[in-house]
Unconditional design. Sequence first.
Lengths: 221, 835
Amino acid sequence: MLKLDQIHKTYMTPQGPLRVLENVSLTLAPGQSLALMGESGSGKSTLLHLAAGLDLPDQGHIALAGQNLASLAEPARAKLRREQLGLVFQQFHLVPSLSVIDNLRLQARLAKREDADWSAHLIERLGLEGLEKRYPEQLSGGQQQRLAIGRALALRPALLLADEPTGNLDETTADEVLELLLSLVHETQCALLIVTHSLQVAAPLDRCLRLRHGRLLDAAL
Amino acid sequence: MTQILSTLLSHYRRHPGQLAMLLLGLWVASALWSGIQAINATARDSYARADALFDTQLDQLERRDGAPLTLTDYHALRQSGLPVSPMLEGEVVTQDGTRLTLIGIDPLTLSSNNALSQTDSSASLTDFLAPPWQTRAAPDTLAALGLERADAPGATPLLADGNRLPPLVLSPPLPPNTLIMDIAAAARILSSGDKVTRIVTAPDTLTEAPDGLMLTRATSLATPGQLTESFHLNLTALGLLAWIVGLFIVQAALGLALEQRLGMLRTLRVLGVSGRGLILALSLELILLGIIGALAGIASGVWLARVLLPDVAATLGSLYGAGVGQELNLPWHYWTGGLAVSLGGLLLASSGVLWRAARLNMLQLGQMQAWRSGYRRQLMLMGIAGALALITALTLYGWLRFHPPGEGLVAGFGLIAALLLASALWLPLLLALVLKGLTTLTRRRPLIHWAFADMQLQLPKLSLAMMALLIALATNLGVGSMVGGFRLTFLDWLDQRLVAPLYLNAPAEQYADIDAWLAERDDVSERLLTRRSNATLQSVDSAKGSRTLGGPVELYGITPGESLTPHWPLLATQQGRSSAWAAFDEGSAFVNEQLATAENLSTGDRLTLSAPGINETLTIAAIYPDYGNPSGQILMASPQLAARFDAPPSSMGLVLSDNADVEALRTALNERFDLGRDALTDQAEIKRIATEIFERTFTITRALNVLTLAVAALALLASLLAQARTRRQQLAPLWALGVPRSQLAWLNLAQLGGAALVTGLLAIPLGIAITWGLVAIINVAAFGWRLPLYLFPGEITVTLAMAMAVAVALLAAAIPALRFWRASPRALLAEETHQ
């Protein structure tokens, strides 16, 4: 599903070049789940952005759903993202101008893969019934993150990428959201890559890798 | 307090765009306002100095036969014991080509209460009277003479014709571009021999005109200040409009700055700053920024006034004969007034923001207001305010309907302002409703659906700029249509009035001989003799009763005939055109629209006119348009005017037969009557001059119109720049979900272009309403004549509204859109993360 091969990434900063990822390789098979752990600044989010085609590596190859991201132009990468990937961010990234139901269906509609029954099922599973006509700012943090998960899964993606999905939530809400996320991932049979620094989040997943100073260490669990 | 202030100001260090937008708003608002005030102040100063001159303070005598007065006439009058004084007036050309008015006076006989006849001492009187004489001039005339102020006293500037002026003495009360000297010195420079231009006397010294002379009372001469009042009022209205549009920018910037500083305000309150202290610090910040913006604005305003003043001076000179100096002359209160108006505007624009800041609960301060519910409340309030503005407009319209057309200049401006305000206040409401409808309709097209929904989100921040754009576009359309319509009407009117291809100007005593001579020639088919005189309109008898008036009127005689009569436009007649002309031939009069409006005259009314030794009653047979004439005028058949008011001939239009040779006629006239080459003027030349004057008249109107539109465009651009960062944050999730950046950039442009297009479309009916207000109310009240309402649907309306609105919005949108296009994904996501 996802293959990263000898990835290098350096950012130019006012203080000089900053090496963020160095010789990172990993593979994620369809239906498999993987946690990527590491401290702040270890390069986790950069790796996730590269995997999503939001950015390109300086060296190395990334293959997503069998396609080499580096060989694709920006519109083609956007199409791949639109049709194959679900993204969940720590900051939710909901569209403030759209209602709950429109936010949930947004990506599925963009990919022309809307399934009304599945959307209704997600609304029910996410506990957002009765809130469909509300707007994101009228939801709690937990509800917003559940909605973000729903939006990512509404198109039944092949791969779900989640960047600290519970990082902005309190402990109880975080547990609820994580449980829901894993349950829905299981239901959709999609591959899952979660970037986190929480062992609790990483524990239920099939595999866990650790990043330190841009280098991938041995499996943490 | 310093710490709080520096903390508040630190926001602008991180958001310099907002600071620039705030200062820009203040700058343009005060620049345009103070620029116009500088022009008005300079003009008023010139009028005040001209009023102090004899032109409007002394009764004047001229020869009834139009021949020049001579010293012999003067001596005869003095010998008969009349206290009169001779005056010589002419033009001299300086070395840089500037034309200056040279006035020669006799200080010994000139009325002693006139500013010019007063001298400091007997010694200076001797210097004025005796060789080498003196030239008195105001300091702002020195530039035309190529002199600095320090070098001026005693200088003897060389003129273009080689003559030297007598030694200069500075005299600040004199009007600009005017030189005063003893009549003997003036006669030498003007080579006028024993001719004098006019003979003057103190007001009301003579009860009637001496034999062969015409007496014009000082009271019948309108002062430049009176004549130009409406012109300056129009300028002030345009300046006020630009000021308001500028304040829209200020309010938008302040609102944005407050919203983004809510967290900071909460922190300051939590750290122990009192609510009052916070408001005080915000006020101090505003004053500090206000002073910077206002000073920059006033400096730019003075520069703008310097640029526009020559055209304004030319306009006022050609329209009203009012001399205005080309150098700014600003009193101290101009500077303080400009600062006060700018700071007052800032207070007005910031009052809402300060009120909101004062009302915020400390615990809720950091939470962004739920924009949706907050904006709904705001829209409702704007809707109510718009309804109140519309009710005000309707009330003013009702008031104007029940008052004579000449009244209500201020009410007319009020009506237009209320209409503009109502439309501007309803614009966001209308846009919100349209967007809501479109969002619902496009539910199955996710990106378009998002674009409309997102536009609703942007509306609170864009609405002020859109309102400013609507006002500027509608005003631009309104004023543009008015000027365009005026131009068409004026040119049409010129064609109708100037039917003869040639016009002859000759000494009055020669017309009878010339007429007889021309009557014998085959190449001249019609001779249209005109006559002019002045009279006082004593009273009017109408069906409603009798009224006493007492104002001055011009009397103008024309020769009705087959060339002139069919084309002469008439606005109202008693029993149709042919009856009106028949009555005209028999001694009835036509009055111009200005006079009819000013004195509420109708056809059928009987006017009693008096001139020295003359009392006549005339019936009004028709009312005719007389565009551009600031005075009331009564039109009579030329023979009737000669018989009843002893009016001298003033010109003659020559209608030529088909095969006439103009050059041969010109030569023959010269040989027979020794008239000079300039005596015959082509119709085309007269039209060219008239059109040139017309075009210059509207130079400043056009300039201010364009500047106001530019200010509105700046408001839109500034609003967009100020929220460019937020926009990128809003667009980034879409991009992350797989919408290509190029598509997002195009959508962003389409959103703003569409909003501007809707605004432009709404500006069209509003612009038409403004045109109507200008031609039907303002013009009538300000100038006394009504223009036909011309619309230019094919050209002006569509081109201006669509092209300007769309171009402005696209241009404004381009920068943030391009920044989005160029921004690296990491930067976008980083912004998102720090949201």
